[in-house]
Design a protein around this ligand. Structure first.
Ligand SMILES: [Mg+2]
Length: 220
């Protein structure tokens, strides 16, 4: 089976981790856990204020972003192999656009939180696949956090964990493959295409829910 598409998370995967989630939570105040979900529980005026704070952090992170080592070369190689590239992020579209402008990147599909339910929901992966006209089973999802892996597996795609976060061992069991560097992606692709990596297994709500509860609360 050919890996026809590779779908990347943004912060911590394409770029070096740049968002300080603890600081964002502190600036918003009185929220815990995943930020977008916590914001949903706020009354409208507080939520608007929280959205402004979050957006300020996100735009600053995008303007100051540094690519992860090997990112540019990896994208060029994947393009050369005629694979489609996409981004899925809990961030906003303008943040992705700033990162792309800053680093001269382009993607065939970009799915952001304006588009619908965010990771760990399977929607972003399914929506990226719909736009690429590919089946999830033909796509790798590469991310540095639990929510990337859950979204991938719930959609029926391959979940590849990049070990950018110190906490990566807590959710490595949700990944089909673990890589330390983006440059190692080609080995994962070779493994999937030769059938050496275990087949895609869709994850049911219960099993994935357990991991969700154990999440350490990252991820805007
Ligand atoms: Mg990330």
């Amino acid at each position: 089976m050919k890996v026809a598409g590779v779908i990347f998370d943004l912060d911590g995967t394409i770029t070096q981790p740049c968002l300080d989630f603890d600081q964002i939570r502190a600036d918003i105040g009185a929220i815990q856990g995943p930020i977008l979900e916590a914001m949903e529980t706020l009354a409208a005026p507080q939520r608007r204020r929280a959205e402004e704070i979050l957006q300020r952090h996100e735009l600053w992170a995008a303007e100051n972003s540094q690519l992860n080592p090997g990112a540019g070369e990896t994208f060029a190689r994947l393009r050369g192999e005629a694979r489609f590239l996409a981004v899925i992020t809990r961030n906003r579209r303008d943040s992705v656009e700033r990162v792309c402008r800053r680093h001269e990147l382009s993607f065939d599909a970009v799915v952001t939180r304006e588009d619908g339910p965010v990771k760990p929901d399977p929607f972003p992966v399914l929506e990226a696949c719909r736009r690429l006209k590919l089946a999830p089973g033909e796509c790798l999802v590469v991310g540095d956090y639990l929510f990337d892996l859950l979204s991938a597996r719930r959609a029926g795609a391959w979940a590849v964990l990049l070990t950018s976060q110190p906490s990566w061992q807590q959710y490595r069991q949700e990944a089909h493959c673990v890589i330390e560097r983006l440059a190692d992606l080609h080995q994962v692709i070779a493994g999937v295409e030769s059938g050496q990596v275990a087949p895609v297994r869709a994850v049911g709500g219960d099993e994935a829910g357990e991991s969700f509860a154990e999440a350490d609360g990252q991820g805007a």
